[in-house]
Write a protein that binds this ligand. Structure first.
Ligand SMILES: NC(=O)c1ccc[n+]([C@@H]2O[C@H](COP(=O)([O-])OP(=O)(O)OC[C@H]3O[C@@H](n4cnc5c(N)ncnc54)[C@H](O)[C@@H]3O)[C@@H](O)[C@H]2O)c1
Length: 435
């Protein structure tokens, strides 16, 4: 099929490349001309493992192209995916203005029947709004489908090509069949193709993210109980994860979740509840608990150094909101960096993928190193906000020799407290007694 993908961010680029990989002819469009120029030169604007190779190969084989002109993409495609951002508005609502802009532009330039597929995460009712808007702009027939995306940054290519399920919210069986045909190559292993109403599909995305965020927040709250009453969250996690009713996924203690999805989608879901006059206590609490967790971790660092913080040099390993991505949106590490800088501390950072982003955000205020041990030289402490693999079995001896003071604040519980104690480190982790 001939497909257009509008928005070439973390979702759009993976979706466009993935669809090309399974044989479709895809034109990716973005209003950011610089981004398209970069893509035309074969340079990726984001880091996502495995994406570059797939993108370049599909472009070379003529199944994947890029344009800054939406009309060109719409002209050549029967199915158009909308993958633009839906950031948080002032009251937590999802700002769907980019989705509506794209719908308006498609309506104005389409020349025949089109299927509009909304992949951006949008509040319930957005597909209806898109349909209404487009009806006023075009006399050509069209259908609007809600097809929420569940890929995880860091594993996005695999998630797209081997999804747990594909969800299609749609009001017409013929369009359902067309979408099934489009996705057929990724459904060969028997993964469910779930069809439902558009409103159900819109809510399904929010429901999944709210449930995932709730698990993380709840485990972190239990980690706080461990810290206060003396328990080890690792043991408790194992006890819970081996219960088949609970399972191991999204059950890792941490300094709190970040990113561009969980916080924003839970906030949008809570706003939907408030708008409907419903009590949204649990949804609001997830966000509050997550904020508290981030603050608790930060206060542990600040409390340790006290008034002397301004004289200290702190090193960070990892800034991104999780490993295997260069995405720093909503990353808890940014709050830590800001708080340290505010108090006059010297901050050094190493991140395997986001170094350039940090440089452009902080300039000379933060030293960004290109190797992880570099930041440790003369450091008064190491903070670990992200669980990159290269941090997981470090050379403790070398670390200790480089650092002025052997202190680690681990926001991901990467190390065994007993092991690290033998190297003379003070070690603060989540949900375990400090050593
Ligand atoms: N990032 C994720 O892991 C993830 C996972 C599932 C769903 N989602 C959802 O997918 C959507 C996109 O997220 P993302 O992380 O890819 O966002 P992003 O910010 O990385 O990318 C959005 C892209 O859309 C482009 N864009 C904005 N307005 C445009 C317009 N009018 N015309 C053409 N292009 C335009 C931007 O230039 C940008 O390249 C959001 O609704 C998000 O909630 C994201």
């Amino acid at each position: 099929m001939r497909v257009a993908v509008v928005g070439t961010g973390y979702v759009g680029l993976v979706v466009g490349t993935g669809l090309a990989e399974i044989g479709h002819f895809v034109t990716c469009a973005d209003s950011d001309e610089q981004r398209i120029e970069q893509l035309l030169q074969g340079k990726l604007p984001i880091y996502e493992p495995g994406l570059e190779e797939l993108l370049l190969r599909n472009a070379e084989e003529g199944r994947l192209s890029f344009t800054a002109h939406l009309a060109e993409a719409v002209e050549n495609s029967s199915v158009i995916f909308i993958c633009v951002g839906t950031p948080s508005g002032e009251e937590g609502e999802a700002d769907v203005s980019a989705v509506m802009d794209v719908a308006r532009a498609i309506g104005a330039c389409m020349t025949g029947y089109r299927v509009i597929v909304i992949k951006s995460t949008c509040p319930v009712g957005t597909s209806d709004r898109v349909e209404e808007l487009m009806k006023q702009l075009t006399s050509h027939p069209f259908d609007v489908v809600c097809n929420p995306e569940f890929l995880r940054e860091g594993a996005a290519v695999d998630d797209f090509l081997r999804p747990d399920r594909v969800i299609i919210g749609c009001e017409d069986v013929r369009v359902e069949e067309l979408m099934k045909e489009l996705y057929r190559p990724v459904l060969r292993t028997g993964n469910p193709f779930l069809t439902m109403s558009r409103r159900s599909a819109e809510l399904a995305k929010y429901a999944c993210n709210a449930l995932l965020a709730a698990r993380i927040a709840l485990l972190n709250e239990i980690a706080c109980l461990c810290e206060e009453y003396g328990g080890d969250i690792s043991a408790i996690r194992e006890a819970a994860a081996t219960d088949r009713r609970i399972g191991p996924q999204y059950l890792h203690p941490s300094l709190g979740f970040g990113g561009s999805c969980l916080p924003k989608d839970v906030a949008a879901c809570a706003k939907l509840a408030r708008d409907a006059g419903l009590a949204s206590g649990i949804l609001e609490s997830i966000l509050e608990a997550n904020q508290r967790q981030q603050e608790r971790f930060l206060q542990r660092i600040l409390g340790y150094y006290g008034e002397k913080i301004g004289e200290k040099t702190l090193a960070l390993w990892g800034v991104t909101f999780k490993a295997r991505t260069d995405d720093v949106r909503g990353a808890p590490a940014l709050r830590i960096i800001d708080a340290l800088l505010e108090r006059g501390a010297t901050v050094r950072v190493y991140d395997p993928a986001a170094g350039d982003k940090i440089r452009s955000m902080y300039g000379a205020r933060v030293l960004v190193a290109s190797k992880c041990y570099e930041v440790l030289e003369g450091a008064d402490g190491l903070i670990i906000p992200t669980e990159w693999r290269e941090f997981q079995s470090p050379d403790y001896e070398r670390m200790g020799q480089l650092m002025r003071e052997r202190v680690i604040f681990d926001g991901r519980n990467l190390y065994s407290p007993r092991n690290i104690a033998t190297y003379g480190f003070k070690y603060f982790s989540i949900g375990r007694a400090p050593i």
